[in-house]
Write a protein that binds this ligand. Structure first.
Ligand SMILES: [Zn+2]
Length: 388
């Protein structure tokens, strides 16, 4: 670093030790999931999944994970933070998931604030489940629930009750298969429970049916399990209601903790790592959508370097010398490079890409957060506008 090293009492403060322990834990978990994915990739002979594990390892490396003191928000309030300089963008990566979650929470709050309930409407937390299907892969259950959701949104029953909302898809791993379900924070009129149950059951049956599977609903009603609870902006939760904060937590749970990935069998983990287009797990819909899009545009540059994690499109190598085979036009994605290079060349390209990206992001962050001091887990300290 060209700037002189400045010391800060804050770096030693308890809050700072907390961000340091978060950073260390994310880095450690990132390596754990990367190790797990690498062994699954080797067992299933997947060059692409192995490459994703390499990217996660770079993302979780001590030189790439930072803590910062004295970041500031729009009101000039100072806070400590954790992040990565370069991002791998892998769905399985703890650091990139944390950044995605932070951004989704920000968008969800803005969307909610933009769409207060009208007369006769309330905020409700709607949960839509489907039966576990023992031999279905995780990705398959996610595609199916997304199809069922698309069908539900077109139904008259849904359109007449729900004006807007935020949707998150979550899964848990059980001994019977994946319990994949949807949480919706909806702005709606009264939703008749039995009506919703029968509509959703129809949609789930149709979505599995389109894949050639007939499924059974082993419930007392013979239908899918759904739940509707009133969301209170203030006050405590009760049997029939939930606080807005808890409802948001449910909707955003879709962003997995590393522990959930560690429970997913090898073959399904490889499938998740390989997929180019992941089903849309987070969505702002209906009357909230317009404001959500505006919010998204204004939030284009976030300090946590989050980009769309859905299709790996952000994994572009922005300098052409990395691939002699592509002379001009769109740079090759890391995905395609991983598939076409030999392993040694790939690892070298990846390390070079991360080093460049890291240096660039460090400069951007220091310029944007001019009061902050950034320290990587490897010990490099940076702050202020750097001369590069
Ligand atoms: Zn990452």
């Amino acid at each position: 670093m060209s700037a002189p090293i400045r010391t800060s009492a804050n770096l030693q403060a308890p809050a700072s030790r907390t961000v340091q322990s978060i950073a260390r834990s994310r880095s450690r978990r990132g390596v754990e999931v990367a190790d797990r994915l690498a062994s699954a990739a080797l067992a299933h002979d997947s060059k692409l999944a192995l490459a994703v594990s390499d990217m996660m390892r770079e993302c979780s490396s001590p030189a790439n994970v930072w803590t910062a003191s004295d970041l500031h928000n729009a009101d000039g309030e100072l806070f400590d933070g954790v992040g990565t300089f370069a991002s791998c963008g892998a769905r399985l990566c703890p650091s990139c998931s944390a950044a995605l979650r932070r951004r989704a929470r920000h968008r969800a709050r803005a969307a909610l604030a933009s769409c207060p309930p009208l007369a006769g409407e309330y905020a409700r937390l709607v949960t839509l489940t489907m039966p576990t299907v023992a031999d279905a892969s995780l990705l398959e259950t996610m595609h199916v629930i997304q199809s069922a959701w698309s069908l539900l949104r077109k139904r008259k029953f849904w359109r007449e009750s729900v004006r807007a909302g935020i949707k998150g898809v979550e899964f848990t791993v059980t001994s019977l298969g994946y319990h994949t379900h949807i949480h919706v924070l909806a702005i709606s009129r009264w939703i008749a429970h039995a009506g919703l149950r029968s509509e959703w059951t129809h949609c789930v049956r149709a979505a599995w049916g389109a894949r050639g599977r007939e499924i059974a609903f082993n419930t007392p009603t013979g239908e899918a399990i759904v739940d509707v609870r009133l969301v209170r902006a203030k006050g405590g939760a009760s049997y029939a209601s939930i606080t807005q904060e808890s409802a948001l937590q449910e909707v955003l749970k879709y962003i997995c903790k590393p522990d959930a990935w560690l429970k997913v069998p090898d073959a399904h983990l490889v499938e998740v790592a390989e997929v180019a287009r992941y089903p849309r797990l987070f969505e702002v819909f209906g009357a909230m959508r317009a404001s959500h899009e505006t919010e998204r545009a204004s939030d284009a540059e976030t300090f946590l370097d989050t980009t769309c994690l859905s299709d790996g499109a952000q994994l572009l190598i922005p300098y052409s010398e990395s691939s002699p085979t592509v002379a001009r036009g769109r740079p090759p994605s890391l995905r395609s490079l991983a598939l076409t290079s030999d392993r040694a060349a790939w690892l070298e390209t990846l390390a070079r890409h991360f080093a460049k990206r890291r240096a660039y992001r460090r400069g951007v962050l220091c310029a944007r957060y001019s009061f902050a001091i950034f320290q990587s887990l490897a010990g490099d300290v940076s702050f202020g506008v750097e001369s590069r």
